[in-house]
Design a protein around this ligand. Structure first.
Ligand SMILES: C[S@@+](CC[C@H](N)C(=O)[O-])C[C@H]1O[C@@H](n2cnc3c(N)ncnc32)[C@H](O)[C@@H]1O
Length: 270
């Protein structure tokens, strides 16, 4: 993982929340909310909560007496999350690294994490932390993206940016969000962290946007792909975004556009 892959700051959090969340994250947040509501928890910890897509979906599905702590490594993501969440005394926002959680042992019925594990520098450590803070009968519910070939717009972005920067292609999408999808590895790492009951399934979906420009702006400017583009040549950010929009227009039409997304959803118990 490159050092800028985990940096969600500057202009990224707001664009991420306005564009990326409806495009690819809301669908899977609704899935996690259904799974978590079925577990009837009274205490929930969310790690890598980002701008709160899952927090909003899960809290809408849980009763008034729940205690919900939403955490993320990057404070600017949580600032957008807190702004977006309607007043809710059940929710506490707190900066925290998922691989070194500032919570006591066995305090939560559920730990959840949407599309965060790929960013952990040490996944076994992150999983062991989730296990440590779970009650003995608690559940760790999380998801990761499947391979990039199953996630068409992310693949389009990677292919087009390799043409814009042929000497040093920005590989963030393939390397990090879509770089951790081997179910056998995920299961083995969870078991290494002490989880004994692991259920894993593949969940396909469709990402929809009004225009190709929307998709290009979301990926190039609302994710750490932006950090990679700017590190190569900040003056090319808009040209790179335009090149992706043009490619999506050619492949998927002038809009509305849609494309396949696919994730892997995991429920692990101690
Ligand atoms: C793709 S975003 C997912 C955000 C949110 N869960 C969602 O569904 O929109 C990945 C998030 O992981 C966070 N992150 C990266 N490394 C982390 C770590 N070690 N501990 C906690 N959060 C981390 C980033 O700040 C970012 O908000």
């Amino acid at each position: 993982m490159s050092s800028t892959d985990k940096v969600f700051a500057g202009s990224i959090p707001k664009i991420y929340d306005e564009y990326l969340v409806p495009l690819i994250f809301a669908h899977y947040a609704a899935d996690l909310a259904r799974r978590i509501a079925a577990l009837v928890p009274t205490t929930v910890l969310e790690t890598a909560a980002g701008t709160g897509a899952v927090t909003r979906a899960v809290t809408a599905a849980l009763p008034p007496d729940v205690r919900y702590i939403a955490t993320d490594l990057n404070e600017p993501m949580l600032a957008v999350a807190a702004q977006r969440q309607s007043e809710d005394p059940r929710v506490t926002w707190r900066q925290a690294d998922a691989t070194a959680l500032p919570f006591d042992d066995a305090g939560f019925d559920v730990v959840c994490c949407q599309f965060g594990a790929m960013f952990f520098p040490d996944r076994v450590k992150g999983y062991a932390e989730a296990k440590r803070v779970l009650r003995p009968d608690g559940t760790f519910v999380f998801n990761v993206w499947d391979r990039i070939a199953e996630n068409v717009f992310a693949d389009d972005a990677t292919r087009v940016l390799a043409k814009v920067f042929p000497d040093d292609p920005p590989r963030f999408m393939a390397r990090t969000p879509h770089g951790y999808h081997d179910k056998a590895v995920i299961k083995a790492e969870l078991e290494q962290a002490g989880f004994r009951h692991v259920a894993i399934e593949t969940l396909a979906g469709v990402s929809r946007a009004p225009t190709p420009e929307y998709v290009a702006f979301a990926y190039c400017q609302g994710t750490p792909l932006r950090n990679e583009i700017e590190a190569r040549d900040a003056s090319k950010l808009q040209a790179a975004t335009d090149a992706l929009a043009e490619d999506i227009r050619t492949r998927h039409g002038p809009g509305p556009v849609e494309a396949r997304i696919q994730a892997i959803v995991i429920e692990a118990r101690r």
